[in-house]
Write a protein that binds this ligand. Structure first.
Ligand code: GLA
Length: 389
């Protein structure tokens, strides 16, 4: 929605007066998949697909929540924030408010209206964008009430904590970090073990990023996600007996892995192999980009997808069909799934002047193979969380 329409809608819901606007980003992860919770390096970027919150403080202890696209009306009592875990909508916002209160922020009563254009369940971090936009709003109001204020790294960390502990989703830190800390025209090289980060200008030469949604409803995503996490923890425990100095799987280099992999077997061996080599691919990708070797970057994207398909088993027929169709197009030098997988989006590197033909061809090939219709987004890389006005 356009900003003036959001403001109008806010005033229609809550009455005329001052309207503040905050926003946080959806993200695309370029490479480094399913390794954030293993302490690995990831390489996401914040998108122009966003969650915008229109907001106004109240003089009581109530937080009201509404959205432009769904009909739910939720009221949270800030003295009972622990009790909203089962809401069908509003539980992410309640979790953030609760977590912030626990961490010493002054959470104040306010009216909030959410307008999100990050497609739900698409692997582009719709939940993280809601959490971080909420945290940004409440932290700004907290500072104005004399409490703790905005520190965008802390907002990311508390949003992840909230999703883990309040909503029971065991995600890593990547999505919230990108949503909060993103920078226009840059990707973030984030070390998920230390939270050290560095911005890398996304100079792709003659190539553009094309994000496509396979539009398959994510089934069993959450339980499979937790299963993968458990398998990587099993691998870590076994490798630690041989390599006592490691504290996470990302500490294991390919050379160390090849020397000690005999202690692993079956699926656990496959999962660990993915993690170890995906960490390496992230480092190689950043080196390739810095050297202007875009084709090498594309090749690493392809290898990442194959590893997620064969070793980590998180792609599925639709994501394989969509990235496969992309790879077959002569103007595409790399394509992979992005996010948790089991449905959602692919990201492809495509020659700029061929994007239109790429979309037409891939769209048709994907439908022919799966019977589903893909969506293609017109995306740019933007800043993370911010107050708009
Ligand atoms: C989801 C999680 C992230 C990360 C990715 C996979 O998006 O929220 O923390 O684990 O999956 O890379």
């Amino acid at each position: 929605m356009k900003i003036q329409d959001i403001v109008q809608r806010f005033e229609a819901e809550y009455g005329e007066g001052e309207v503040r606007l905050f926003s946080a980003a959806g993200r695309v992860n370029l490479i480094g998949e399913h390794i954030d919770y293993c302490g690995g390096p990831v390489f996401p970027a914040a998108l122009n697909l966003r969650c915008v919150v229109a907001a106004r403080k109240r003089n009581d202890n109530i937080i009201r929540l509404r959205a432009t696209t769904i009909d739910h009306k939720v009221e949270l009592d800030i003295n009972k924030l622990d009790s909203y875990r089962d809401l069908p909508w509003g539980d992410y916002q309640a979790g953030v408010a609760y977590t912030m209160q626990q961490l010493g922020y002054k959470v104040v009563g306010c009216d909030l209206l959410y307008d999100a254009d990050v497609p739900f369940g698409s692997g582009l971090s719709s939940s993280a964008s809601i959490e971080v936009a909420t945290a940004m709003t409440l932290a700004t109001f907290s500072a104005e009430a004399g409490g703790k204020g905005v520190d965008k790294v802390e907002l990311a960390v508390l949003s992840q904590k909230s999703e883990n502990e309040y909503n029971g989703v065991n995600c890593g830190i990547m999505d919230q970090f990108a949503s909060s800390m993103g920078k226009k025209e840059n990707a973030i090289l984030l070390n998920c073990k230390t939270l050290d980060y560095q911005y890398v200008p996304l100079k792709l030469g003659d190539y553009a990023l094309v994000i496509a949604n396979c539009n398959k409803k994510r089934a069993l995503g959450e339980s499979k996600y937790n299963e993968r996490r458990a398998e990587t923890e099993e691998a870590l425990a076994a490798l630690k007996k041989e390599l006592p100095e490691i504290t996470c799987l990302a500490d294991v280099t390919p050379t160390m892995f090849e020397a000690k992999k005999h202690v692993l077997s079956g699926k656990v061996l496959d999962r660990a192999r993915h993690v170890v080599y995906e960490c390496q691919r992230v480092k190689d990708s950043v080196a390739a980009l810095s050297a202007g070797q875009i084709e090498r970057f594309g090749e690493l994207l392809n290898r990442s997808h194959m590893s997620l398909k064969d070793l980590y088993e998180v792609t599925g027929r639709e994501l394989d069909a969509l990235s496969g169709a992309a790879r077959k197009h002569p103007a595409c030098i790399g394509s992979r799934m992005t996010g948790a997988g089991f449905g959602g989006c692919t990201v492809s590197l495509v020659k700029k002047d061929c994007v239109e033909d790429f979309i037409k061809t891939v769209d048709a090939a994907y439908t022919a193979e799966t019977g589903l219709k893909a969506s293609f987004y017109n995306t740019t890389i933007e800043d993370g969380a911010q107050e708009l006005r």
